[in-house]
Design a protein around this ligand. Structure first.
Ligand code: ACO
Length: 443
């Protein structure tokens, strides 16, 4: 047997000790793959080849990105085993306790907390961009009476690109600034218009004398009163929920925004991709599905049978499980406490008993324990939203309003990252080899 040779795969690293030797049993060669920040570069694998000159080199195959970092990011940190979530280093618990959604939106994008002058200017800018063009109103009126509000929100945000053609100048910092301000300011307005359309109520225009959250609640709920006064508990609950949902590193919708944005399209189009991804029941749509599941269970006595069904492969326990959190979702802990606050005001939600029983049984059942399935942020949010009288199909829209802050921060970080290029995954082709065309039909 010939002595294996060492083939260097050169890449900038932290130092020579930070490398892994991979021996290719096909060739006997050992390849040194540099490790930086705990990761090897998948592109380095390409240089691992057999003697066959047609061999394109080794690929890493990772459907659904189970173990592949798609970027370097300094925005959000998650330790899924320890149940830690931090925005720019600040623990989510502290931000939920003491911050405001707009302060968090600034922090996510800029990396530091704003000073008073910066914050006041930011709030002012957001407040004075809340109005949407009247054509947008006509656009929304064109939807059917029972259109899902996420479908409306998604297409409306995409449509905003047509109102702001200069937003396509994505490498002009001023254009990025104004686009981000417009999106943060107008998404609640569009969301509230979607709600009013759903309810068949006249649209309520923004009230610039109100805070971000109170203005949103006013656009949702105001009827004939000259100024809407939100219940302060609801207002604070929504502010906290917005903070909790503001970012969550490279989740499905954020990855969608980054991937679409990597083509250098405008931010409105990129964000609409994020809204589309969030709509799905395995992602942001789960809060809606939790309520539907609870309604289907109908009574606490049916919970054990439902759990057995899930274990037997009949659907999933919605609001449970997470790709990253394998101990607990720190947001779920905060949401549960928040739910208690809200229920003190509106009375206990009729389905809370079912939710608590689902949680109790699941947390003590081996099926869920062995798979590390714990309640995620969506398990209790639906109950809070419903007790605030939001319709079920509107829950994910509330999530989208908050996630706007994260999507845009991640979009900008991607654009300014010199290492990023257009997102273009590879594939392992499993189809036919070349074959000759023979028509089977009459044209
Ligand atoms: N109920 C029952 N079983 C589950 C659940 C669940 N909620 N989630 C995962 N499992 C099971 C899977 O069937 C699988 O079992 P197996 O090993 O016997 O095949 C095992 O647990 C591992 O699950 P995966 O699907 O591999 O986990 P993945 O990381 O791909 O999925 C996800 C994560 C999508 C969140 C999943 O747990 C799920 O579908 N949960 C319900 C939907 C939900 O609540 N989504 C919201 C997530 S939070 C958010 O996006 C805001």
């Amino acid at each position: 047997m010939t002595k294996p040779s060492i083939v260097d795969v050169p890449t900038a690293t932290d130092g020579p000790a930070n490398a892994i030797d991979v021996t290719d049993s096909r060739t006997g060669q050992t390849h040194k793959l540099p490790i930086t920040d705990g990761a090897i570069r998948a592109a380095d694998l390409k240089k691992i080849k057999t003697a066959d000159e047609d061999d394109p080199g080794l690929l890493s195959y990772d459907p659904a990105f189970l173990n592949t970092a798609s970027c370097r990011s300094s925005i959000t940190f998650i330790d899924g085993d320890k149940g830690i979530l931090r925005y720019r280093g600040y623990p989510i618990e502290q931000l939920a306790e003491s911050s405001s959604f707009l302060e968090v939106a600034w922090l996510l994008r800029k990396g530091e907390l704003p000073n008073q002058q910066e914050y006041d200017q930011f709030v002012h800018d957001i407040t004075y961009h809340t109005y949407v063009h009247e054509n947008m109103r006509k656009f929304l009126e064109g939807f059917r009476y029972d259109a899902h509000p996420m479908a409306m929100l998604n297409s409306s945000v995409a449509a905003l690109a047509s109102f702001y053609p200069r937003s396509r100048n994505i490498f002009d910092e001023r254009e990025r600034d104004i686009s981000i301000i417009r999106l943060l300011a107008k998404v609640p307005t569009i969301a509230a218009f979607c709600y009013r359309h759903l309810k068949g109520l006249p649209f309520v225009y923004p009230d610039n004398g109100l805070s971000y959250v109170d203005n949103f609640l006013s656009m949702v709920a105001r009827m004939t009163e000259p100024r809407y006064e939100a219940n302060p508990i609801f207002s604070r609950a929504l502010e906290v929920l917005f903070i909790l949902h503001a970012d969550h590193e490279q989740n499905c919708s954020t990855s969608a925004v980054r991937a679409v944005g990597s083509s250098h399209v405008d931010p409105f189009s990129a964000m609409s991709a994020g809204i589309a991804a969030l709509f799905g029941p395995l992602h942001g749509g789960a809060n809606e599905q939790v309520l539907r599941m609870i309604e289907e269970i109908g009574h606490v006595k049916n919970v054990p049978q439902f759990i057995e069904g899930v274990k037997g492969g009949k659907g999933k326990l919605m609001g449970f499980g997470h790709r990253v959190y394998k101990s607990y979702d720190p947001r779920a802990t905060i949401v549960k406490e928040l739910a208690d606050e809200v229920f003190k005001v509106v009375g206990v939600d009729r389905d809370l008993e079912i939710a608590l029983e689902l949680e109790r049984i699941a947390l003590s059942d081996d099926y869920f324990k062995s798979r590390k399935l714990y309640p995620n942020v969506d398990f209790y949010t639906g109950l809070i939203y419903r007790s605030m009288a939001f319709p079920t199909e509107f829950f994910t829209v509330l999530f989208a309003i908050a996630r706007t802050a994260g999507w845009l921060s991640q979009w900008e970080e991607m654009l300014l990252d010199k290492e990023q290029k257009i997102a273009r995954p590879r594939q392992v082709y499993t189809g036919y080899d070349e074959r000759a065309y023979r028509r089977q039909i009459k044209l």
